[in-house]
Design a protein around this ligand. Structure first.
Ligand code: PGA
Length: 247
């Protein structure tokens, strides 16, 4: 079956009102592309502003959320709040959450299930570190990270999986199309075995890690690469070329 191309822009902890205005302007000027889901993730203080100013075809995601609806969790935001802002998506399990902030597979799985149950769709990120790849553990690490949500019995129609090798994020060292395709194929086979052939066929698996306007087209030709999660390059007008990489 045809999986709709999905391009996410993860702004991370970057931006101010002036730069958000600039990004909104180039996104709003870009011709509508009904063949691609475009979802950008501003920092939490700019979510409402971005949503209010972006055209309808560009959706807005939060970069993270907690595992309960409300309470004494200073500094956190909840899926209920994301929904209240009129947004549909959240990024969970990003490598910076895992490795800078020490989030475990178990916590990320709890957050994922709570977001889904709250009606928020999840860009679920996985990926191995360089030393794990070099030790031959790429498959094990990615499968372990996925297994944490398989064990929770999540509903897969509202999940996009982002394979983001940690060694490729923000480093300029993009995975080659072959390296990315190999892991995407493993992930799809994993879903087929552990969940179902239908879910394996329908779930979008996007690649992230130093995606640019120059390398997106080649990556996007691979049969199991269904889009991108873009960090640094999503802050620049060239992001629009990535949106059109497969059009
Ligand atoms: P990058 O980040 O494109 O800057 O490598 C990707 C990501 O972290 O999602």
């Amino acid at each position: 079956m045809a999986r709709k191309f999905f391009v996410g822009g993860n702004w991370k902890m970057n931006g101010d009102f002036a730069s958000v205005d600039g990004i909104v302007a180039f996104l709003n000027q870009s011709a509508d592309n009904s063949n691609v889901d475009v979802v950008v993730a501003p920092p939490a203080p700019y979510l409402a502003y971005a949503k209010a100013n972006l055209k309808a075809g560009v959706l807005v995601a939060a970069q993270n959320c907690y595992k309960t609806a409300k309470g004494a969790f200073t500094g956190e935001i909840s899926p209920a709040m994301i929904k209240d802002l009129g947004l549909e998506w959240v990024i969970l399990g990003h490598s910076e959450r895992r490795h800078v902030f020490g989030e475990s597979d178990a916590l990320i799985a709890e957050k994922t299930i709570h977001a889904l149950e709250s009606g928020i769709k999840v860009i679920f990120c996985i990926g191995e570190k360089l030393e794990e790849r070099e030790a031959g553990h790429t498959k094990d690490v990615n499968f372990r990270q996925l297994q944490a949500i398989v064990d929770k019995g999540v509903s897969w129609e509202n999940i996009v999986i982002a394979y983001e090798p940690v060694w490729a994020i923000g480093t300029g060292k993009t995975a080659s199309p072959e390296q990315a395709q190999e892991v995407h194929e493993w992930i799809r086979a994993f879903l087929k075995e552990k969940v179902s052939p239908a879910v394996a066929d329908a779930t979008r698996i996007i690649y992230g890690g130093s995606v640019t306007a120059d390398n997106a087209a080649e990556l996007g030709k691979k049969p199991d690469i269904d889009g991108f999660l873009v960090g640094g390059a999503s802050l620049k007008p060239d992001f629009v070329k990535i949106i059109y990489a497969r059009s």
